[in-house]
Structures are given as structure tokens and as C-alpha cells.
Ligand binder design. Structure first.
Ligand SMILES: [Zn+2]
Length: 81
């Protein structure tokens, strides 16, 4: 008794299209060091693509020091004496 090997296999192994180079964009956030307001960075073109820049002046308190939100917890603990 032969196995039924005439069953059509319609599976196509075409899901190899995983583009490793495609990284989802994430907007960088900056925190004002004075009043802790958060601002979305302005996109700036660079050689590798683009990055985000902190605003020049805080519209809330006129502060000029901004910390990237990833660095903010470290920034706070370093200055907290
Ligand atoms: Zn501020």
C-alpha cells in the first residue's frame, strides 16, 4: 500500500522577507532640567539617517539645559545629593 503522496502541498516558504535593516523610528524625548517639562526632539538629518535634537530654550521656564529621557533617571540620581 503506497502512501498518498500525491497530496498537493501548496505551502510556499516565502515568509523569508524579514528586513533586518528596518528599525522602527522612535522619537527622542528631552526633559528640561529645570522644570522637568518633556519635549519631543526636532528631527535632524545626519550621515546615518537622522537624530533628534533638544529644543534650544524651554518655553516653560526659559531653561537651556535638556536631558534625553533615557538619561533622565541617571541625571536625577547624580545630581540628587
Ligand atoms: Zn523648563
Amino acid at each position: 500500500m503506497a502512501a498518498r503522496d500525491d497530496t498537493p502541498t501548496m505551502k510556499h516558504a516565502l515568509d523569508v522577507c524579514q528586513h533586518m535593516s528596518h528599525i522602527p523610528e522612535r522619537v527622542e524625548l528631552f526633559v528640561c532640567a529645570s522644570c522637568q517639562s518633556a519635549y519631543a526632539g526636532s528631527p535632524v538629518k545626519t550621515e546615518t539617517g537622522h537624530s533628534y535634537e533638544a529644543p534650544d530654550v524651554c518655553s516653560g521656564c526659559d531653561g537651556e539645559e535638556f536631558v534625553a529621557i533615557e538619561q533622565w533617571p541617571h541625571y536625577e540620581s547624580e545630581t540628587n545629593q
